[in-house]
Design a protein around this ligand. Sequence first.
Ligand code: HEM
Length: 453
Amino acid sequence: MAAPTVQEKLPELVLTPVDRLRLRRTRRPTDFLERLGAGSPRIVRFRLRGQDTYLLIAPDLVRELLVAQGRATGKARGHSHARMILGQGLLTSDGDLHQRQRRMIAPAFHPTRVEQYADQAVVTATVLAEHPDWRDGAVRDVAEDMIDLMLLNIGRMLFGADLTEDAGAVAGALTTLLRPFERRLLPTSKLMRRLRTPGDRQIAAAGAELTRVVERHIAEHRESGDRGDILSMLLSARDPSGEPMPDGQVRDEAVTMMLAGHETSAAALSWTWLFLDENPSVAERLHEEVDRLDTTPTHGDLDRLPWSRAVIAESLRIMPPTWMMSRRLQQDVVFDGWTVPDGSTCIVAQWLTHRDERWWPTPLTFRPERWITPAGKFDETAPGQPPGAYFPFGMGRRVCLGQPFARAELALVLATLTRHWSATLIPGHPIDIRPGTALRPAHGLRMTLHRRP
Ligand code: HEM
């Protein structure tokens, strides 16, 4: 059967005035996604700020967009705010520039380098585990501590340096970036969006602050030469014609990695602390696994940490730090027999697909055992989910460049910290999500620390 023509459009999901009112009151764009996904459609067409937009929920459609049609898509318009800070870095660039940059940067994520970065992350986590602020009975905002830890990790990995003194600038810039994203998906009025989002000037100021931090590190690297970190690689990289990366591009890539690589990982670990508190038997099995390690784990121990890896995989499934992604079609594409026209925005949402009972039995139950094979190994295909049902790091040409590092880092940091510590949420602490550039706990995570015997 021939695909319907562009004129025979997929019927539009029209939100009722009550829906719109309700959504206007929520701070959570994920509520909007859930409203669109109600009734378990595979694909939904709706109007977003006067534009035809398609939400692809079924795994095969997610794959079709991100993998099969990877060349026929670009980043959606919604990235214009992000470009004010990230410039033409990997996350926000498109086409030939993106491809050239990705090729030039890929060696920085060679497996031997990833091993070094991951082992460095363990060193940083050990410092936190032994920090005087982490004492038995102390109440900490664990989400904040995870942000600080990941900022230290990304600083070491990128600049071979301690980012602590720049933490304020980086965190402030992030917050500024975060707000427009939070409102982006909601069908609110233009006025509401303007009231709730920072102006261009504030965003530009946040970008300038980040530029200052990165430029200082570039200058220091030029003086000291190769330090074995990512910035050294960026400065020494050459394109096929032997040209180095212009300084502005190095800045954009470094800022991109600083932002892409720390908030996501911190969010993943924060939710994991909460899941462990809510699921004592999971925590117990984790403690048994990490107690079997004689010393602090290293990258070489990952095979001995299947449960730690399964806990992280399950956490990334239920609380995916990247909870949705968008693309702009650069040609007509047929999805499920419907022709989606060139120029349309397509959205895929980990928040929906990862939590859909069509592909995940008891989707909201935290069950790390899904990821364990009968032989007791961690395996990402163990749940038997269809391809495209699990994509915390994206898929296809633009799959997360930091993925191998992030997976190793998360499992090793978790193992390192839980060898010495467990944590319980303080009674009455409110739990809600804050879906910004990453899905974070809206009110932080105030937890009591318990030193393990
Ligand atoms: C739990 C941790 C992380 C998660 C969940 C995550 C998620 C993602 C996702 C979903 C994408 C694809 C975005 C899209 O296709 O539109 C992405 C891209 C990217 N990520 Fe990550 N990420 C994580 C950690 C990291 C780390 C640690 C780094 C670097 C040190 C990093 C660097 C990047 C870069 C450079 C891209 C852009 C790739 C491209 O467009 O070619 N990420 N990430």
